[in-house]
Design a protein. Structure first.
Length: 225
């Protein structure tokens, strides 16, 4: 019997919400536990039943999705949250990551990417749309330039962080870099130590919040070469 991923969908646009429900129901390993339009409805749904992944719109009309995360304390929760959004600015992205979001998917993305993101996030990985990285970099001038200094990344650490931001597993990172999984794990531990964190989601948050002027700028420059 297939172990299903229970999903809660929170979006205030009915047509998009119902279209997404139909998409999710085509996957044998997905189960739509509930669908909601407001923060209050989402909070009640989460209190009434356990779900594995929440697909949460950032802009809920007069509310923002992170209001729900702050109210329920999602940071470190077993329930994973993917923000499904038309777009977010640098400050909103940082707010979402700090509130416990472990994935961000843009609404105009290929539906197959959302399906892949759900499976990866449910398995404990992260998923960040490439456009989100560019969004954060576009707002880097507003940050304190001194915050990212003194902890430069090696080429290998930069490559591994890029792969983590792309949502790759350790096995997939090893294949992309033509390295062993042991070497990848060792590099990830180096990144954890450098950032002062213990998990991938914490690493992404710290990389975006504290070191974007250095770490992510290096990654963005490397990706354009």
């Amino acid at each position: 019997m297939i172990e299903r991923i229970r999903i809660l969908l929170i979006d205030d646009h009915m047509l998009f919400r119902e279209s997404l429900v139909r998409l999710l129901e085509t996957q044998a390993d997905f189960e739509v536990a509930d669908r909601c339009a407001t923060v209050a409805e989402g909070r009640q749904a989460l209190l009434e039943s356990a779900v594995d992944v929440v697909l949460l719109d950032y802009d809920l009309g007069d509310e923002i999705g992170t209001d729900l995360l702050a109210a329920l304390g999602f940071s470190g929760s077993d329930t994973k949250v993917i923000m499904v959004t038309a777009g977010m600015g640098p400050a909103a992205t940082l707010n979402a990551v700090n509130s416990g979001v472990t994935g961000i998917v843009l609404k105009h993305s290929d539906p197959r990417l959302l399906i892949e993101a759900i499976r990866k996030v449910a398995a404990g990985d992260t998923w960040w749309d490439p456009g989100i990285l560019r969004t954060v970099l576009s707002g880097q001038g507003a940050q304190d330039a001194s915050r990212g200094r003194g902890r430069p990344l090696t080429d290998r650490q930069r490559q591994v962080l890029r792969c983590i931001l792309d949502g790759l597993t350790n096995k997939e990172i090893a294949a992309r870099m033509q390295a062993s999984e042991t070497a990848v794990k060792a590099t990830i531990q180096e990144l954890f130590h450098k950032a002062g964190v213990r998990t991938r989601s914490q690493l992404v948050r710290v990389a975006i919040e504290r070191y974007s002027l250095e770490w992510l700028k290096e990654i963005g420059s490397k990706a354009r070469e």
